[in-house]
Design a protein around this ligand. Structure first.
Ligand code: ZN
Length: 303
């Protein structure tokens, strides 16, 4: 059995792996992204990892790459990605295809994760599936009738920038009160900072820990998280009524604190669609979703 080379690019580190077609991760390693050293230097590290993987796992079937957007999934050209400054205009496909002589599939990382959760994780068996990741930001991918949904010009739908409350905080996208600016991990910590301007900044993770200890402000932050996360999901349920919505990302590790409120908001808001038919659940692939998503991007395009 040939192995799929999987590359998961993040702003901090790049993971590379060898994934079998049955979804087993046979080999993995990672390196720092160090985006400021430039795209070419980062790709040298990726090429080196993939060569080591190939020596350990044997022949490559192809290479799948998951990368934060905006990007063009067909050409592999990276757009203006906030966490990858200076990489704009570089092509991931051109950096890897000639070196290994196999097909390369590049996907937006949230789309890649959606493909993996749909085929091997919480969305398995569902035809209409939405994956949402709640971490530093909020992103997601939509699978309709088993196929990844792409917008015009192969664009990626930006679920995190739907407007939830126009009176909300300003987002880097230019809008006020989009989902990401209200319900992401950064949104949680900025809100707490606003309530206590003189205190040291607290991460979303620390806020959740404080909430577990019944800290009053942290409990309010968690309540607010459930409310706004719920409103964004309610929009997705009203617009798509998918079979399953799976929630992943770092903030969801503390879902026990706010998932009940999320479901309540969805139930109360979505009165015009059979919302009870949408199962809202946690993503199940955990840390592996990056590499499995990269590999699944290649599988769904070339198998
Ligand atoms: Zn925004």
């Amino acid at each position: 059995m040939k192995t799929i080379g999987a590359v998961d690019i993040g702003g901090t580190k790049i993971a590379a792996g060898g994934v079998r077609e049955d979804g087993t991760i046979a080999w993995r390693d990672e390196c720092l992204t160090s985006p400021n050293q430039g795209f070419v230097v980062a790709m040298e590290r990726v090429v080196e990892m993939l060569h080591r993987m190939k020596r350990a796992c044997g022949e490559l079937a192809g290479i799948g790459v998951a990368c934060p957007g905006p990007l063009d999934p067909m050409t592999g050209v990276i757009g203006d990605v906030g966490t990858l400054p200076g990489w704009q205009g570089a092509s991931l496909t051109d950096a890897l295809q000639p070196e290994f002589g196999v097909t390369v599939a590049v996907e937006n990382d949230a789309d890649a994760a959606a493909l993996a959760e749909a085929s091997r994780g919480s969305g398995k068996g569902s035809r209409k599936f939405i994956y949402v990741t709640v971490s530093t930001g909020i992103g997601g991918g939509i699978i309709l009738d088993g196929e990844l949904y792409r917008g015009a010009g192969n664009s990626h739908p930006e679920l995190g920038h739907q407007i939830i409350d126009r009176s909300g905080p300003r987002c880097y996208c230019g809008a006020n009160g989009c989902w990401e600016s209200l319900a992401s991990g950064v949104a949680m910590s900025s809100w707490v900072q606003q309530q206590e301007p003189d205190a040291a900044p607290v991460s979303a993770e620390a806020i959740c820990e404080l909430a577990e200890q019944c800290d009053e402000l942290a409990l309010r932050a968690v309540k607010r998280e459930g409310y706004y996360l719920g409103l964004g999901l309610a929009n997705l349920v009203t617009v798509f009524t998918p079979d399953v919505i799976a929630l992943g990302g770092g903030v969801m590790k503390s879902s026990g604190l706010f998932l009940g409120d999320v479901l309540k908001v969805v139930r109360e808001t979505c009165t015009q669609v059979p919302a009870e038919k949408t199962r809202i659940t946690l993503a199940s692939l955990g840390h592996d979703v990056g590499l499995l998503g990269a590999a699944q991007g290649w599988l769904s395009r070339y198998r």
